[in-house]
Design a protein around this ligand. Structure first.
Ligand SMILES: [Zn+2]
Length: 70
């Protein structure tokens, strides 16, 4: 059985963040980059979008800090 199938079974085919039953994507939780049962969660498109936004804004803040430091 694939990792994703195992995870889907674990979460009951619902988003592990908000419990929605929208289509789910396996997301490897940093610092992990590989999707395995132990390192990834199943999230819906909405939560995946929020995670991406969070990452972008964190990167943006880090870049701003770097620029301000010169
Ligand atoms: Zn969700």
């Amino acid at each position: 059985m694939s990792s994703e199938a195992t995870m889907l079974e674990r979460c009951g085919s619902k988003c592990e963040l908000c419990g929605s039953d929208n289509p789910l994507t396996a997301y490897a939780v940093p610092p992990h980059s590989h999707v395995t049962v132990d390192t990834a969660i199943m999230v819906c498109d909405k939560c995946l979008g929020e995670i991406d936004e969070l990452k972008t804004s964190t990167t943006g803040a880090a870049l701003t800090t770097a620029c301000g430091a010169k």
